[in-house]
Design a protein around this ligand. Sequence first.
Ligand code: NAP
Length: 314
Amino acid sequence: MRAIAVSEYGATPAPMNLPVPEPGPGEILVRVIAAGLNPLDWKIADGMLKDSVDAPFPLILGQDGAGVVDAVGEGVTRLRPGEQVYGSFRGVERGLGSYAEYTVARDDGPVAKMPAGMLYTQAAAVPTASATALAMVEEARVDTGQTVLVVGATGGVGQGVVQLASRAGAKVIATARDDMAGTMRRLGANETVDHSAGDLNRQVLAVHSDGIDAVLDMVGDTRATEHLAQLLRPGGTYITTTWSVHPDAMEAKGLRGINFEGESSAELLDRLSDLIDSGGLRVRVEREVPLEEAADALAENRAGGARGKTVLRI
Ligand SMILES: NC(=O)c1ccc[n+]([C@@H]2O[C@H](COP(=O)([O-])OP(=O)(O)OC[C@H]3O[C@@H](n4cnc5c(N)ncnc54)[C@H](OP(=O)(O)O)[C@@H]3O)[C@@H](O)[C@H]2O)c1
């Protein structure tokens, strides 16, 4: 089968011809039709998991995908051949991933039936980014009447966070360069601040001089986080996907600091399907590219400037 893989950590992802995996007991084999690109994919290619997972090489990249169940292993009861499914197919320990014509998942893993009427290319864009957004907004306890700053709002996770925080009743301030300010407002942001136009604290405090209730951050390093945390009112929450928070230091200042670690599940995907079906969440696919162009798409995502999700057509 055609796949995009690396021959070692740090190598350039390349098209390869690799064997179709066999579904073991409790597993499904999925014919992948579209794969969603996440920053995690190039981070894994770089070696992010090298000390925690003993991966075989070539290592196929990608975790998000959508396709059709092709075959099922012994003992599979939930999903059936022919069903349209989407979800997370990360299989680093077996060298498998979603950037391939076929991949496997556990029947009881983070894979669910696709939302009715959804295109494969849209479904593949959903799992990691939207599940992260939903779980983050809930863990931050975003609520009516709060004012929250979303940092990295224009990216895959951020666009979901803006919509779901707004839906939870909060006043949302979204970071956006000029070209994305209108899109952020259409997704539910009340205000935008431009992270390319000077200090964010100054821009936020110019409108909210008594501070804000929460920062949901998809970008910051420790230094940026400590600076932005100065915006929080007593009792405020700082949650980040980039593990830039020192929770104890935050607690000492009367704040709640959370390093978010996402864990997807079929139940979470079903909740996302319902939200998407009811119009409560939109997932913007910025562009679709053929599988063979994955290396360029990954390099572009690493360079920044995402304006929605990138999807690979298998
Ligand atoms: N911990 C977890 O469980 C978890 C789960 C999902 C994702 N993540 C991580 O979360 C991060 C975001 O993921 P993603 O999928 O949303 O990435 P993405 O789609 O690539 O988007 C990143 C966005 O951040 C914006 N940005 C960059 N620098 C910024 C700054 N200084 N201030 C404000 N915005 C800035 C970028 O726009 P410009 O370049 O135009 O500024 C871009 O729109 C990644 O590091 C990813 O690995 C972690």
